[in-house]
Write a protein that binds this ligand. Sequence first.
Ligand code: SF4
Length: 314
Amino acid sequence: MTVFYNPTSIFNSLSDEVVVELSPTQILKSQVCQRSLGYYRARVKPLATPLNLVFGSALHWVVEGYIKGFIDRDQMEKQFSNEFFRLSMSGLISMAKSKTRDINEVIGKRLAKQFPEFFDNLGLRPVIIEGAFKLRIAPNTYINLVIDFVGIAERDIVFNGVVIAAKGDTVILDWKTAAAKEGALFAGIALQLTFYWEAVRLACQQLGIKEPAACGFASGLKPNVSKAESDSLSKAIWMPVQWTKRTASDVEEAFDYARVVASRIRRGEFHRTSGAAYNSPCDSQTRCDYAGLCLEGSKRGYKIPSGFTLADLV
Ligand code: SF4
């Protein structure tokens, strides 16, 4: 039976005096579906944690551990397995359609093992690892950021035949795991890197470093393999960084967009995104975390899906 209820606490509008804090993840969610952003902000629990998230968290943990020096290079595989197991035990996990848990573990161990050599070859001296920043984008409106890596180039970084960062320059990296390497276009417009860039630029004097010269994603590839003994496992490698830069106008556009998202939050606008007829976020392969929980209807009369109460959602 469908329960009728108005869960206004989730989608209430907010006055100008209330501080609105965003994150790059929230801004990306708003681009997929504004209603999923409402759930995320209200900490609605997905029915299950996606395995990809568990994988990414475990890999980030060993990468951070290696750079900070609390995990030795010969312990990377083992520490990944331990962390992957620990995080997998914390609740119901939704499986990726293409890979089993075991295959995820094999891929993660490979990437963890390769990371020290990959990192050493980048020639970067760490300055900040998992550093928290806060950007003010409007009165009472902020973006909170945690930047994976800010470092200093220990030698010139040549990309596409040009020196994109000279020795001594500041660079920013985000660790990524995906089935395919990001293209130049995505690296060039990704809002996440734009916010990182501006946060580091504003803080660089305080940090005693130069303004950023380059930024990019360091991607560990998760190939689509269905058997642990597959030859395709050899494609699980760290890809060369797709270095890119940001301009003042990139930053201006990103801030403008963040202000649009913040004002929609203030107005309590959390409309569902219908998406295309095929590949909609509600039921595509990269399925929305809130599929199955998603409220039906509008502010005039939300309905909670059959079998759930509000207490199940929040
Ligand atoms: S299930 Fe669909 S409409 Fe609901 S939050 Fe997710 S993407 Fe949006």
